[in-house]
Design a protein around this ligand. Sequence first.
Ligand SMILES: N[C@@H](CCC(=O)N[C@@H](CS)C(=O)NCC(=O)O)C(=O)O
Length: 221
Amino acid sequence: MTLTLYYHPFASFCQKVLIALYEKEIEFEPRLIDLGDAAQRAELSRLWPLAKFPVLRDTASDVILPESSLIVDYLDRHRPETIRLLPDDPEEARRVHLWDRLFDNYVATQLTKVVTDQFRSEGRDDPDGVEQAKATIATAYGIIDEELGRGGRWIAGDGFTLADCAAAPALFYANIAVPFERHEALSAYYQRLLARPSFARVIEEARPYRTLFPLEWPADY
Ligand SMILES: N[C@@H](CCC(=O)N[C@@H](CS)C(=O)NCC(=O)O)C(=O)O
């Protein structure tokens, strides 16, 4: 594999893939894309016309891959000697995919709604949509907290998986808009994620870009 990752260090779905790459200690060429730069956006669009990142390019096999979960799956299949992020057992893998979908669809994507609304001009914002998104995140927290209350170290059990790669950045940003509050098992899980070196590295690499985020940073972040 000769890998190039088209990404931005501050983007949560890109961070999900970075965590997987760091967990697996896989070398790659980072291609940082500034979507505000027309030429760089065009470069990404040529690979994936939706112009969303991350996109992984494997030049050795001429594969261009969008979608964070598919990228992690690709890395797992092609580098099986590294830490496995998707179990071989179909039932265990189904659980991992379920939690991965939950964090992507009902935490990270909902948070995007909350954040992007801040950039809308007066009268074109969508307060009802933002409230709905926050309510969805709160519901997801309840589901996650209940699952973690059963005693698993990571969201799908004792092994760190794709679902934890999805969880870490999703929770990092969501906690700012919708604090975890009384969800003790979720809060403890988040502390374990923060202590994971792959995620700690991702947070530090994203730190210089914090001015991009329109919500107020909590003092302890
Ligand atoms: N389902 C996609 C979501 C990718 C996505 O929405 N990426 C965001 C950054 S976190 C993006 O490209 N945003 C720029 C835009 O929508 O213009 C995945 O899992 O990779």
